[in-house]
Write a protein that binds this ligand. Structure first.
Ligand SMILES: Nc1ncnc2c1ncn2[C@@H]1O[C@H](COP(=O)(O)OP(=O)(O)OP(=O)(O)O)[C@@H](O)[C@H]1O
Length: 637
């Protein structure tokens, strides 16, 4: 008979064995993980090789069997003289029946890559597009060119929708492009059945998927219904898929190919630099009235007679600002998600036709704004990421002429946005990327955008088209942050002891010896201005010396500030941290903006529009001299 001791000994041995097995399992799991990683990396390498081998083909050639037709269609139907970079490659590739993803910046001309091929061969091109306004715009502009195009949206009447669905079945239908939302694939069995019929009849020529990054959760605009599009490549073999996006991060592109099941396809990517856009950060005043004055002056004087967009953070802001500007005599309209689809369409059209000078919008006014002459995009509040900022500001200057992207920044807006986005994974990092762009006072703004897209543009690529490069001689003052960090940490610790949470404003108050006496810093008032103090707090947040701590109340979310993981570094005697102090460069909000783009060699690339204006000016002898000067400041408007 075994004793308790014997049994306990046995348990110990079993435990030992279990520990050994656990260790073995952990080791095997680790090996398994490594093998999975290796497999993924090998698959990626195969896809990359496939993609590279496709890329080695001369897609921009002009000796394809369809090349003559392509050229004639470009000139006679689209009334365009020549292709923009990568358009011809995308067209030849998709006409060859290859899957491809085209990555071009906003306004670079992605639509032509599927609109033109649609006219070259018989059959129908399906265009998947996420937004009704985008589809309406495109169908409107195609119809103007006598290109037969149709759309089916949730706003389409039952009758029109039936007619549109019949296009898929009708072998004699003249329609060349049919625009649908991704929801149509996911939710309408009738649509899918008709599409299968279209394929069986050999009429399904191509599937173009606009804003294809919406497939990926890593993209900035994930739409669950886009995932459903993954079935298309198997369901319709040999029908080329052409994905188009302005989102270029490698992660998103790989993910999109995987979801659409077109790994190893040709990826055509152009640079993201938009040389005609001038980037500028303006200091945002604290009161709405002062903000309105800035917007009023910009729209009335700097952008006199020009079209633009003012992006706002919320529907309330959007309405308030639009009303405020209207009271100041400006022709503007608001655009946001609470407006009926019909009202939104009307606003869009009236803006397009210059009845409204500017649209004051939330980000609901988004993809597919096909207005080439947008001369300004003003962000009244910062975007939630650099990716979003690039897309939103990129709606300016699609015609290639100079346009301006102005962002009004102040620290408080960081919290307006963070309290709205913090629940989604990675959103704070994205927002802090945007804040870094605004806080930057030394690096070319274009360079910061380039880094975001894994590109490298030298200063020459900017040509003084940002507020930093256009003002290169300003002396940059740096301030040491070590003692400020310590002060801010002690303010937070002191409040903690009193069970009080501090917002950034309260910390600023305590730091500048304002607000409740018990929370105030015990030392001297800092030698910097409160505006620089705001930048210091924002800087320490984005660099993880401070962190936001979100709390819900019944009506809102509050962002309190706590010490961050890096704050302990301050204890190290060798610790140093410097922040360049921003200096706002001169920017005349009440005089017309320049209208030309400078080239590398400091000559002026006089745009067609400028030449026309110059000709007008030359007829007035008193102006003739001015028209010949090198730095052209055009105030003729
Ligand atoms: N080859 C070309 N020559 C001159 N203009 C062109 C050419 N291709 C396109 N465009 C014009 O450029 C403008 C922008 O084109 P498009 O709407 O296709 O851009 P996009 O890349 O699709 O932008 P987004 O990402 O916002 O959808 C349009 O006004 C279009 O007519």
């Amino acid at each position: 008979m075994k004793t308790v001791n014997d049994l306990e000994k046995e348990i110990k041995n079993v435990d030992k064995e279990l520990t050994r097995i656990d260790a073995e399992i952990a080791k095997l799991k680790n090996q398994q993980r490594q093998l999975h990683e290796k497999k993924t990396s090998l698959k990626n390498s195969i896809n990359k090789l496939k993609s590279d081998s496709l890329a080695s083909i001369d897609w921009a050639g002009t000796s394809y069997e369809w090349s003559d037709d392509v050229n004639i269609t470009l000139q006679n139907v689209f009334k365009l003289e020549s292709f923009r970079p990568h358009q011809l490659s995308a067209i030849n590739c998709t006409l060859s029946g290859q899957h491809a993803i085209v990555v071009m910046p906003t306004g670079a001309g992605k639509s032509l890559c599927y609109q033109l091929p649609a006219l070259i061969k018989p059959g129908l091109t399906i265009v998947v597009s996420p937004l009704v306004s985008l589809m309406e715009d495109q169908v409107r502009s195609l119809t103007k060119k006598d290109i037969p195009a149709q759309l089916i949206t949730s706003n389409t009447s039952r009758e029109d929708s039936n007619a549109a669905l019949n296009i898929l079945k009708d072998k004699n239908s003249p329609i060349k492009l049919l625009y649908v939302t991704p929801e149509r694939f996911a939710k309408s069995k009738r649509f899918m059945a008709n599409l299968q019929k279209c394929f069986a009849d050999g009429r399904l020529q191509r599937i173009a998927i606009d804003e294809v990054h919406c497939c990926s959760q890593w993209g900035h605009d994930f739409r669950p219904d886009y995932k459903f599009l993954g079935i298309l490549s198997n369901m319709f073999p040999k029908v080329p898929i052409l994905g188009l996006t302005a989102t270029a991060t490698a992660h998103v592109l790989t993910d999109v190919q995987k979801i659409l099941n077109i790994q190893g396809c040709l990826v055509i990517k152009s640079t993201f630099n938009r040389p005609n856009l001038f980037y500028k950060i303006l200091e945002k005043p604290s009161s709405q009235e002062e903000c309105l004055t800035i917007l009023e002056k910009l729209i009335k004087y700097r952008y006199k007679g020009e079209s633009g967009i003012v992006y706002t953070h919320s529907i309330k802001d959007c309405e308030d600002i639009a009303n405020g500007l209207r009271k100041r005599g400006l022709k503007v309209a608001s655009y946001h998600a609470n407006l009926e689809a019909d009202a939104r369409s009307k606003v869009h059209i009236k803006w397009h036709d210059k009845h409204y000078q500017a649209i004051v919008a939330t980000v609901a006014f988004g993809m597919g704004i096909d207005k080439p002459d947008v001369r300004f995009v003003i962000h009244h509040t910062i975007s939630k990421s650099m990716e979003n900022y690039y897309q939103e500001s990129g709606r300016a200057g699609r015609d290639g002429d100079r346009a301006e992207c102005v962002t009004l920044y102040r620290m408080q807006d960081l919290f307006k946005v963070s309290t709205m986005v913090f629940t989604s994974v990675g959103s704070l990092d994205h927002l802090y990327g945007m804040v870094k762009y605004c806080l930057n006072g030394t690096l070319c703004r274009r360079q910061l955008i380039a880094e975001h897209f894994d590109e490298d543009w030298g200063n020459a690529d900017c040509n003084k088209m940002c507020d930093i490069c256009s003002n290169p001689n300003s002396n940059v003052r740096e301030i040491n942050l070590e003692s400020h960090c310590k002060t801010l940490a002690s303010i937070i610790e002191n409040a903690d002891k009193q069970d009080t949470k501090l917002t950034a404003q309260k910390i600023l108050d305590a730091w500048f010896l304002k607000g409740p006496v018990n929370l105030r810093h015990k030392g001297k008032e800092p030698s910097i201005s409160r505006a620089v103090g705001e930048d210091v707090i924002a800087y320490l947040l984005v660099e993880n010396y401070l962190v936001e701590d979100f709390h819900f109340t019944a009506y809102s979310t509050i962002s309190y500030i706590k010490k961050g993981p890096n704050i302990d570094l301050v204890q190290d005697p060798d610790f140093t941290l410097k922040m360049p102090v921003r200096k706002y460069s001169q920017f005349e909000i009440d005089r017309p903006a320049p209208i030309q783009i400078e080239t590398n060699d400091n000559n002026i690339e006089v745009k067609e529009k400028t030449i026309k204006k110059r000709k007008l000016m030359a007829s007035d002898s008193s102006q003739t001299k001015k028209s010949k000067t090198i730095v052209i400041e055009d105030y003729s408007d």
